[in-house]
Design a binder for this molecule. Structure first.
Ligand code: GAP
Length: 468
């Protein structure tokens, strides 16, 4: 059974140390979440896969890591100061603000394609109230960027913003990468990093947050190539999601109508996913034309022209942008893996994560923790797998050091706990180990136990390692 509720996921994430509420001991800070030890490991495993798939394994990609704070002129030129808004409406009594489009949607009125005035009209026509039952003010635009001041003075010249997308860090470094690496067009830049949006209604756990992480690519093409590359990246995005174990039937690519596209986009296709709370955007793909490079060329006075090596006419490349929200991807992976099944007549919760993504790959336990000889032997096996020597490439590659020691409670409880965090293999050292140097390996998905010699464990032979 995998019809998991969001509450179940939030509860497991907190209980087992994946994700905690941000600033929890002070009552939290809305729209922020802290990744705990297992959440960090899962996040790193996903970013590693992404970086390998989209940057490392390719010849046409350049990775960067730009500063989060940027010159305010970047955001003026990119159009974010003037156009990165959400439509807001204020409760006239409490002064709380709400997304006008969300209010309309929740009341059965589709806001798709509506202007501010039309939303305002629809709110009056349907006599909509705030969630507290009060009257609503006029619908207004609200800029979602977090504003700050850089340095000691708090004047207009020192204004900066926390970046609302990682993309601009790549556009402003386009010239640098061309000058350092002389790439042939088409080529791309990739970046993983934090972005910040002052969302009015953060909701659905890490789905809509104020501090998020993005994994983005700006792929620069000749203007005549954009359609072909757009289709190509749509395919690559889907392939990556499938490689993380997301089921194809839950992935939907949706064409975004012109009136709902971001200010820079001439074509957008969102990949939506069936989250526990409905079908929602997981990733985006936009044809940003030459909008960003041209705007930066005009505003900075620096040329963004690309000169082909074959001597053909210089041009400002166009850009196709595949973008992924990492927090949403983590939520999609957890909600896909969260399974409740039955084992020996009892219900169990198991996170059937692809083994590559599991935060813990293997747990090692003594059958009983009050038998020193079992504990000593188990410690030996644990050390061997946690820090394998160079002559043990199998355990090195398979477990990557993500091995934990677990002697809490009885062995049944340990298995349940490891199932809940998605540990693919549990190794137990029992009395037979002391006699013949064999251990049991328990498989998370089948709960089947296989007896294997420690020698074979070192060489990873005699039992089937995961292929997922
Ligand atoms: N550079 C293009 C860009 O930022 P976007 O559609 O606004 O496009 C890209 O954002 C991705 O970032 C989305 O597909 C989504 O996965 C993620 N994202 C956007 N806003 C988010 C939020 N408030 N919380 C979590 N993820 C968010």
């Amino acid at each position: 059974m995998s019809n998991v509720s969001l509450e179940d996921i939030v509860s497991l994430c907190k209980r087992r140390g994946f994700i905690y509420q941000g600033s929890e001991i002070y009552g939290g800070l809305a729209g922020t979440w802290d990744y705990g030890p297992l959440g960090v490991a899962l996040k790193r495993n996903i970013t590693r896969e992404w970086w390998k798939f989209f940057v490392e394994d390719r010849d046409d990609m350049y990775g960067i890591d730009a500063a989060i704070l940027m010159n305010q002129n970047v955001w003026k030129a990119s159009g974010h100061v003037g156009g990165f808004h959400d439509p807001l409406v204020e409760d006239l009594k409490t002064k709380k603000r709400y997304r006008a489009d969300h209010l309309l949607e929740e009341n059965g009125v589709s806001p798709v394609g509506m202007t501010l005035e039309q939303m305002d009209f629809a709110i009056r026509e349907h006599k909509l109230k705030s969630p507290e039952g009060n009257g609503l003010g006029e619908v207004r635009q609200f800029n979602m960027m977090f504003k700050t001041h850089v340095g000691a003075t708090a004047d207009e010249a020192s204004v900066s913003y926390l970046r609302p997308e990682t993309a601009q860090g790549m556009f402003v470094n386009f010239r640098n990468v061309v000058d350092s690496f002389y790439p042939d067009v088409p080529f791309g830049m990739g970046q993983i990093g934090k972005a910040f949006r002052n969302e009015i209604a953060p909701r659905d756990f890490v789905f809509r947050v104020r501090e998020l992480e993005q994994m983005e690519i700006e792929y620069f093409v000749h203007p005549e190539q954009w359609q072909e590359k757009f289709e190509y990246w749509l395919g690559q995005q889907k392939q990556f999601l499938l490689s993380l174990g997301l089921p194809e039937e839950k992935i939907h690519q949706v064409e975004i109508p012109a009136e709902d596209r971001a200010h820079y986009s001439k074509r957008s296709v969102d990949t939506e996913f069936d989250f526990p709370f409905g079908q929602k955007e997981l990733t985006g793909l936009a044809y940003r034309t030459d909008y960003d490079l041209m705007r930066h060329q005009e505003a900075s006075g620096k040329s963004m022209e690309y000169r082909p090596k074959d001597g053909s006419a210089p041009f400002v490349p166009h850009c196709v942008e595949p973008t992924f929200g990492l927090d949403r991807l983590i939520l999609a992976v957890i909600s896909t893996s969260y399974i409740v099944d039955e084992l020996n007549g009892e219900k169990r919760t198991v996170l059937k994560l692809p083994a590559r993504l599991a935060p813990v790959k293997c747990a090692v336990s003594p059958l009983l923790k009050n038998k020193p000889e079992l504990v000593a032997k188990a410690r030996e096996v644990y050390r061997m797998l946690k820090n394998p020597t160079a002559d043990m490439p199998g355990p090195q590659m398979l477990y990557q050091g993500a091995v934990v020691w677990d002697d809490n409670g009885n062995v049944g409880k340990r298995y349940r706990r490891q199932d809940e965090i998605g540990t693919p293999q549990c190794i137990t050292i029992d009395f037979q180990t002391l006699e013949d140097d064999t251990v049991t390996i328990r498989d998370r998905d089948t709960a089947k136990q296989t007896r294997v010699s420690i020698d074979n464990l070192k060489r990873m032979s005699g039992f089937i390692a995961w292929e997922k």
